[in-house]
Design a protein around this ligand. Sequence first.
Ligand code: PLP
Length: 444
Amino acid sequence: MDKNCHLWQMQSPESSLSRRGRRAASHPLRADFDLFAEAMDNHYHPEDNPEGCLPLCIAENLLNWEEMEAKLRGIAAAGPTPDWVASYTSILGAPAFREAVAGFVGKHIAGAELSPERFAVSAGATATIEMTAFLLGDPGDVAVIPAPAYAVYSGDIGNRAGMQRYDLHPADEDPVAPATVSRLRVADLERAHAELGDRFRMLILTTPNNPTGQIYAPEQLRELADWCIDHKIHLVVNEIYALSLIDQRASAIASDYDDVPEYTSVLPLLVERDSPYLHWWYSFSKDFGISGLRVGLIYTHNTALLEAWGNSGAPSITSNYVQWLLSELLQDHDWVAKYQFRNRQRLTTAYATVIATLKQHDINYAPAAGSLFVWFDCSRFLTDDTDAAEQTLWRGIFADTGLLLTAPDGMAAPRRGWFRMVYSGIPQDYLAVATERLGRWLAS
Ligand SMILES: Cc1ncc(COP(=O)(O)O)c(C=O)c1O
């Protein structure tokens, strides 16, 4: 051994980490991070880089940033910042913010009166999901999630809480023609319960769903919730896309919807049932296009959960400055209503742009009620029905067109070859370029 070389220099840096650290070092958060970095380095620009890439993989809504930026700037400039912003506040969230949140969610999402004391605030939905799993599940417990679903749930419930994910495919769902209203039934939960027994600790529903844009009917939510309460299984409904709704009556897409299934929040039912087994998640990342501000919420009637949250949530709190800015913003109900009205119009226009291309080329897709996604079927381009062929197709679309769709890994699609496109993360004129390229590729 070289006498100048210390033993530690011969070891890999990973060996200095805990088992958890080593695992994290070798498991990328998302399978599309490498290509995402490549796409961002070579981003499309109409004059400077017309052949550049268009990243359509990350669930962001940048369509309303101009209005949002002006509003936040106006709040900050309007007067002094309150003193409480500089100090520690409640780990459950600053009282003024929880008050404003209760008013906003009650009026714009729930249509019901909500109590500020039943909210807890964390640094984004990611932290909220992780905290909930940590406090409700033990290692090895299982969260059942109707498939297809948000890939990152696996890490959010697994990394710290050690919970496992079970992808539940509803028996009545048609995998090649998904309906706008989910076909999940109590019979599907019974099936999962028969297989998992007491390990079935939590059911997570996302409405509108990522990636399908599906929603749940009020009666269906009631049946699923009552089954969970009867079986002492926690039901958490993630309504992070509650206001990211598609106008199903818009003429370009109206024929996709038999009747117009309206989105329904679980919150009035949660209040009515007053059960320790029902919980609601939200975040300002999507509906307000401020994923960088990191604000997530839970609403629950489980007082022990809130107690535990207050004692252990310190690492995940949101900055007081952000809580203050948003308190001011949320109290301006007229501004919020106008912002969300415009948001819905812009999302609908962007969604319809993508759908027009898919229709032209006879491609199946899930008619969405909401979300930021089009979930569509490229399976006819698969050379084989294998994961490897699916990866080749996804990477091939990027190589041929510069369009980076979300990696198919971890979403538990019922059929290979279905991909998720995010239509709200680039300007409308860029989206026109993206759909033009997609159309050319589909025709080739
Ligand atoms: C269903 C779902 N839950 C949670 C998140 C994470 O949100 P946040 O940025 O607030 O952590 C996302 C982001 O894509 C999501 O789609």
